[in-house]
Design a protein around this ligand. Structure first.
Ligand SMILES: Nc1ncnc2c1ncn2[C@@H]1O[C@H](COP(=O)(O)OP(=O)(O)O)[C@@H](O)[C@H]1O
Ligand SMILES: [Mg+2]
Length: 252
């Protein structure tokens, strides 16, 4: 492992400056600035089409920004590929969960641990430990294809944490979960964060989950930051409530 693992609370871990992504004439993101600080969970919310997934893709290196810079621990990574950024410490989950369905759970997680340079035996041990933490240990030797939707989310979290990133970006991990499962996954994410040095950037439609997890939130709309601050303040902001949250998030 080449990356540093100890950082001071409040230190900027991931930073975007003047980030824009245009798809032809469509400005999916316009001149966005963002900072993830060590020891905090940053939430990103906004209506469909606001640019949330585009932001994740640009930060993760899955697409090249039209303008702007991305820095990890102050080092520019804008020109790096997704796999290079993953090795440097930026990881993400996908909105659509995609485990290796023909592999066992333990192998699914161990592959991620192996990618950090951990030896085989240690990777398997780590995989068992993480499966226990996410409550899937009794299914460790089953194929991932046998899992239900909520269980796949848990597996995805175990895989994401096994990568031991500096910053982990979670793209709507609560989507499709029932209220009980949401409460469990919120607790799980909080525990995993507490036990590791990993900082989180979470995209989430479910505002109650963002409220429980994030210390700071940014509201995106049409590719620009509409509001930023503590969830309690931002979610009360009349502009946010009226224009973007009221009808669309009534169920949250
Ligand atoms: N690969 C792409 N090509 C063209 N347009 C895209 C592409 N990806 C996203 N968009 C458009 O960019 C805007 C932002 O999309 P997205 O980032 O997926 O929003 P969100 O995740 O907030 O729902 C939308 O108008 C979407 O249609
Ligand atoms: Mg999206």
């Amino acid at each position: 492992m080449t990356r540093a693992t100890t950082h001071a609370a409040g230190e900027v871990v991931l930073e975007a400056r003047g980030l824009s992504v245009h798809f032809g004439g469509l400005r999916a993101l316009s001149d966005l600035d963002l900072e993830v600080r060590h020891g905090e969970v940053l939430g990103v919310v906004g209506p469909n089409g606001a640019g949330k997934s585009t932001l994740f893709n640009a930060l993760a290196g899955a697409l090249r920004p039209t303008t702007g810079r991305i820095l990890l621990h102050g080092v520019e990574v804008t020109g790096k590929r997704a796999d290079q950024r993953a090795r440097l410490g930026i990881s993400r989950t996908f909105q659509t969960v995609r485990p290796f369905v023909d592999e066992t759970l333990v192998r699914n997680v161990a592959v991620a641990a192996l990618a950090t340079g951990t030896g085989r035996a240690a990777a398997i041990e780590e995989a068992h430990h993480l499966l226990e933490q996410v409550g899937l240990h009794d299914k460790a030797e089953q194929l991932a294809s046998s899992l239900g939707h909520g269980e796949r989310k848990r597996l995805e979290l175990a895989r994401a944490f096994a990568l031991r990133p500096s910053v982990l970006m979670l793209d709507e991990v609560m989507a499709g979960l029932n209220p009980t499962e949401v409460t469990e996954v919120v607790e799980l994410v909080r525990d995993l964060c507490r036990q590791t040095d990993i900082d989180l950037l979470i995209i989430e439609h479910l505002l109650s989950a963002v409220r429980s997890l994030a210390q700071r939130v940014i509201v995106l709309d049409a590719g620009v930051v509409l509001a930023e601050g503590a969830p309690a303040e931002v979610f009360e902001d009349p502009r946010v409530v009226e224009a973007y949250l009221g009808a669309k998030y009534a169920a949250s």
